[in-house]
Design a protein around this ligand. Structure first.
Ligand SMILES: C[S@@+](CC[C@H](N)C(=O)[O-])C[C@H]1O[C@@H](n2cnc3c(N)ncnc32)[C@H](O)[C@@H]1O
Length: 214
């Protein structure tokens, strides 16, 4: 049933290249990982997807968590237009999208949770802490920030992921954080942090940081 939700999301995009991309993303972050991340999301309330890309994951979570109101933000207007069109096609009214740079994110209304999937390594290193501090401001004490990113070890998995990142988006800089360094930055930004290792037989060094607003 939930895999049917994935298939419905993929079918909601008109462009076959984007469908192929989404198929690839859902192959990398497949059902098991969607569940591993999704288990931390609230069952109701407001959730932000920062750097949402084409919106595939927010569309998926909006489908399976109908009482959650999701809001996606990405700097790429084409991706946001596609996410909006796909949401309309799926008839989802609990998800919305805006164009914007996460480095300009200043929040506003309180939200119940925030997630960032494979975004932190695309943000200039010195902009990460200011972003985390802004995210901390929109979360209540106990609110969750989920960061799925790429670990630096083992090196062969990191290099494999680096090549893919460069093929997908050659112009965007990539900087994979050492897990201890990112955890220290998260702690300094007001979060209690633990790691959830997302062990994959494929060569992806996934790492999920479960960050609780202190
Ligand atoms: C690897 S994709 C991940 C997209 C989506 N989170 C996913 O998991 O499929 C990286 C995304 O980050 C977006 N991005 C990179 N830097 C950004 C920034 N400073 N502000 C907003 N979006 C950004 C890109 O436009 C792209 O859609």
């Amino acid at each position: 049933m939930r895999s049917e939700a994935v298939r419905r999301v993929i079918r909601a995009y008109d462009d076959w290249i984007v469908r192929g991309y989404c198929w690839g993303r859902f192959w990398i972050l497949r059902q098991r990982f969607l569940d591993e991340i999704g288990q931390y999301l609230p069952e109701r309330g407001r959730v932000l997807d920062l750097g949402c890309g084409f919106g595939l994951f927010s569309l998926y979570y909006a489908s399976v968590l109908p009482e959650v109101r999701l809001q996606g933000l990405d700097r790429n207007p084409r991706r946001i237009a596609m996410a909006q069109a796909a949401a309309r096609r799926l008839g989802l009214t609990n998800v919305s999208y805006d164009v914007g740079d996460v480095m300009d994110f200043r929040g506003g209304e309180r939200v119940d949770a925030v997630y960032m999937l494979d975004i932190v390594h695309h943000i200039p290193a010195d902009a990460v802490r200011p972003l985390l501090e802004q995210v901390a401001k929109v979360l209540p004490a106990g609110g969750l920030l989920l960061i799925k990113d790429v670990d630096r070890t083992p090196a062969y998995k990191r290099w494999f992921t680096h090549v893919l990142d460069k093929v997908m988006d050659p112009g965007t800089p990539v900087r994979y954080w050492d897990a201890d360094e990112l955890m220290a930055t998260l702690t300094e930004s007001g979060f209690g942090v633990r790691r959830h290792l997302m062990v994959d037989i494929l060569p992806y060094p996934h790492i999920l940081y479960i960050c609780v607003r202190q």
